[in-house]
Design a protein around this ligand. Structure first.
Ligand SMILES: *Cc1c(COP(=O)(O)O)cnc(C)c1O
Length: 404
């Protein structure tokens, strides 16, 4: 199909909620995507952090293919070998001593955070919710309540639960918000959509202590920053602080839809049987894919690679922030980094696409990089070189705003 035909059909029959790039992507491998004409693009955003092990990793493709021939679906009300192994394997990846040994598998990040709200309310008998400003936790109703951005909330504002939003990385603000009514405090250890902001270890520790003191539960949303991206399996490991609930999704099943809420024995015990559920929870196909992804992360040493290459990326972005008049700040951790500009970023993102580089926005002025963890030094340097050229040249201000 041609670009024109595909654009026509998507615009005619889609709901219209996505601001779409005029790019038809038909194939992917590793850190590279191809359009219908065979033109290659370096996927420096891993398509919003989904392709941590790269696109179409051969081991993930093989696992999905084999499982699809055996059994695609069976309800979570039956036992299944792939689900059992996936649950055991997920628990084994959790921070040492965290006690996050049980999982509710689901299909997305928003669903994992919806589950966090329900399990926290069930475990505490309270309904108070605390989240951070600039946070992003998804678009279903409870998750949307946790999400800060008024642009996303305004459509259904009267339907979503009340949430207290406090300034991120400010321990005093958190102290003023957590009380005996608080069921859940939810934080991204490293904010993604909000502009790539890293919380201090002190802040996460304050959140941990406050929740213990007030009998509230602490959740870390690691949907974007988890699974090796920051150079540790879980971003909260950098601060040596463990939550009672941890949500994950995006890259866990190599591009198949999956999320999971990890929880302690105590939290799991508080939810009555049939208190929560979902048809596709822990289905054999995504479970097999998740097992393959976790194997690849380990055997290909992708987490160490993310730490190493991430340091190079951050160093390069900080250099550009210093050297270029348009640069404001380079920040991030591992392969989750950003360059904040003194101008709107969308013209530069469009110019990058012209140079064969797909990066992401994170707010109006922030260019975000979440490359696949399989990215090579040569590919990173190609992207950094293109970024420098684009930022040094005059770009036109036209072109639609990319989302993010
Ligand atoms: C993407 C994201 C979500 C929402 O995940 P969906 O699968 O889109 O529902 C939640 N939290 C964070 C931190 C995210 O980056």
């Amino acid at each position: 199909m041609s670009l024109d035909q595909v654009r026509h059909l998507e615009q005619r029959f889609g709901s219209g909620v996505y601001p779409q790039r005029d790019l038809l992507i038909v194939r992917g491998l590793g850190a590279v995507l191809w359009d219908e004409k065979g033109r290659a693009y370096l996927d420096m955003g891993a398509n919003y952090g989904v392709a941590n092990v790269g696109h179409c990793h051969p081991k993930v493709v093989a696992a999905i293919t084999q499982q699809a021939q055996r059994l695609i679906y069976v309800s979570p009300t039956f036992l299944n070998d792939q689900r059992a192994l996936m649950l055991q394997r997920l628990a084994s990846t959790m921070p040492a001593g965290s006690g996050l040994v049980r999982a509710f598998p689901c299909n997305s990040g928003a669903e994992a955070n919806e589950a966090a709200v329900k399990f926290a309310v069930a475990a505490t008998g309270r309904t108070g919710l605390v989240a951070a400003k600039r946070s992003y936790h998804g678009r279903t109703l409870a998750a949307l309540g946790l999400t800060f951005n008024p642009k996303y909330r305004s459509v259904v504002r009267d339907l979503i639960p009340k949430v207290t939003h406090v300034t991120y990385d400010d321990p005093e603000a958190l102290k003023g918000a957590v009380s005996k009514e608080t069921a859940l405090v939810i934080l991204e250890p490293l904010q993604g959509e909000g502009g790539i902001h890293v919380a201090s270890a002190e802040y996460l520790r304050t959140a941990r202590d406050l929740c213990i003191d007030h009998g509230a539960l602490l959740a870390f949303d690691e949907v974007q920053c988890g699974l090796g991206r920051t150079g540790r399996m879980w971003a909260c490991e950098h601060a040596k602080v463990s939550p009672d609930l941890l949500s994950l999704s995006k890259s866990i099943a190599g591009g198949l839809p999956m999320g999971a809420l990890m929880m302690t024995e105590q939290v799991a015990a508080a939810m009555p049987k049939t208190g929560h559920g979902s048809t596709f929870s822990g289905n054999p196909l995504t479970a097999a894919a998740a097992l393959a992804v976790l194997d690849v992360l380990e055997h290909d040493h992708l987490i160490e690679h993310a730490a190493h290459e991430g340091a190079h990326l951050l160093f390069s972005l900080r250099r550009l922030a210093d050297e270029l008049p348009i640069g404001r700040e380079g920040r991030g951790m591992g392969l989750m980094c950003a360059l904040e500009l003194r101008k709107k970023c969308s013209p530069y993102l469009n110019a990058l696409v012209g140079a064969g580089i797909i990066a992401l926005p994170a707010g109006a002025t922030v260019i975000r990089f979440l490359p696949p963890l399989v990215i090579s030094r040569e590919q990173l340097d190609e992207a950094i070189g293109a970024l420098e050229r684009v930022l040094r040249s005059e770009v036109s201000e036209s072109g639609g705003d990319a989302e993010g």
